[in-house]
Design a protein. Structure first.
Length: 300
């Protein structure tokens, strides 16, 4: 594995999961505790949630290591709190974007000019379970809200999104040409969480419309690479949104065919998963902004 290429390291990690037939963003919901049930995003030492690809990477790490707490920090952050990472513990590699400049020759004028660019860098964090001497607040695991309360929150959230949603039939999909979401009747779902998780997935597709985030990935027809990339984006976005709303995801019936298409995309482009996670995060942020705007209108 190329140590100088964070994109390749991340892609290899995700591919290893997909090739086993699992969706790593679903794994956090298989446990019974808070951190590995997917009910919260991983948290920084400051209490702020991680975003994008780092959410997925830390979910995978938490599941693999059996960590209960969603809180993570760097070695230096632990030391600053008077704590110490235990000897022999291995951290989780996550990423951030750095900015740099380089001098390039303008082919038209022949003059040198500065050009800025962004690059992906890795750093290591440790779960609080790997650290001794932390203040007690880092070991307090908040209890999830009662299910009825979480369902009520999800219901209010989606009610504030101005998407056209029709109910009927036995399939869930977003139709770009009509800018419409189609869902089976509520009663057709296993439970309310299943309904809102599915609605979240299709609402992520809804954000792709040219009047919103204008996200196409070159998609032209069902099954092409652009379609697979958009599905991956919606899958990740639905997982992030479900974590924000405290609802659980369930595997979809088309599980195997989608996994095969994502494996192909990731094998051909090591940057695809990081880009998909970034687009997914933008979609989720867009929906949260719509929900906040609607809340302000109702309060006015």
């Amino acid at each position: 594995m190329n140590k100088q290429d964070p994109h390749s390291r991340i892609t290899d990690r995700i591919l290893a999961e997909l090739e086993q037939g699992t969706r790593p963003w679903l794994k956090p919901w298989s446990g019974g505790d808070l951190a590995t049930s997917g009910r919260v995003r991983p948290l920084r030492a400051t209490g702020q949630p991680y975003r994008g690809i780092n959410v997925l990477l830390l979910w995978i790490e938490a599941q693999a290591s059996g960590f209960v707490s969603p809180s993570w920090m760097t070695y230096r952050q632990a030391q600053a709190l008077g704590a110490q990472v235990r000897k022999g513990e291995s951290g989780a590699a996550i990423v951030y974007y750095g900015d740099s400049n380089k001098t390039v020759r303008d082919e038209t004028s022949g003059e040198d000019k500065a050009q800025s660019f962004r690059f992906l860098k890795t750093y290591t964090v440790f779960n609080v379970a790997q650290i001794d001497g932390l203040p007690e607040r880092f070991h307090i695991i908040p209890e999830p809200a009662p299910e009825a309360e979480r369902i009520e929150t999800a219901e209010a959230f989606f009610a504030s999104i101005p998407a056209t949603v029709n109910h009927g039939g036995d399939k869930a999909y977003y139709m770009p040409s009509a800018d419409r979401i189609q869902l089976p009747p509520f009663a057709a779902f296993h439970d309310a969480q299943s309904y809102y998780a599915t609605r979240g997935h299709e609402t992520l597709h809804w954000t792709s419309h040219k009047s919103r985030l204008d996200r196409s990935f070159g998609r032209e027809k069902w099954g092409d690479e652009g379609y697979a990339r958009e599905e991956l984006c919606a899958e990740l976005g639905a997982a992030f949104l479900a974590a924000d709303l405290g609802i659980a995801l369930e595997p979809r019936p088309d599980h195997a065919s989608y996994i095969a298409s994502w494996i192909k995309v990731l094998q051909n482009d090591s940057r695809a998963i990081v880009q998909a996670a970034a687009h997914a995060e933008r979609g989720v942020a867009y929906l949260h902004q719509l929900a906040r705007t609607e809340d302000v209108k109702e309060a006015a």
